[in-house]
Design a protein. Structure first.
Length: 117
């Protein structure tokens, strides 16, 4: 665990442990970045489970492999994947994508509050 610019960051090398942590802290998560290929759970499987627990969490999928555009579009339509990053990852691109996702999260939170009121 670490903090970057006031944001607490958790890192996991095991997707099962990441899912367990998320289950107990689901309301505190804003963004999850996952690799596509991991042992045990794939990135898409992990993201599906996370979205069942917190549909508002933003998700970024990263991979070095070519991803089928139809597959990505399918997940995007289902609002499972919020963003996509190709490896090798460049810090500026990652920073931009994370900032975009955080702003979108805040916008959705405000929009949902307005609808409830």
């Amino acid at each position: 665990m670490g903090t970057i610019n006031g944001i607490t960051v958790f890192t996991f090398t095991d997707p099962g442990m990441a899912l367990e942590h998320f289950k107990f802290n689901k309301e505190n998560y804003v963004l999850v970045i996952s690799d596509l290929r991991m042992p045990g759970l794939t990135g898409t499987e992990l993201i599906k489970e996370l979205k069942k627990l917190n549909r508002y969490v933003r998700t970024i999928l990263m991979t070095a492999f070519t991803i089928n555009d139809n597959l990505f579009q399918e997940f995007a339509k289902k609002e499972l994947i919020s963003g996509f990053i190709r490896k090798p990852i460049h810090l500026d691109g990652l920073r931009t994508e994370v900032n975009n996702q955080l702003h979108t999260y805040e916008f959705q939170k405000q929009e949902s509050f307005i609808k409830i009121s």
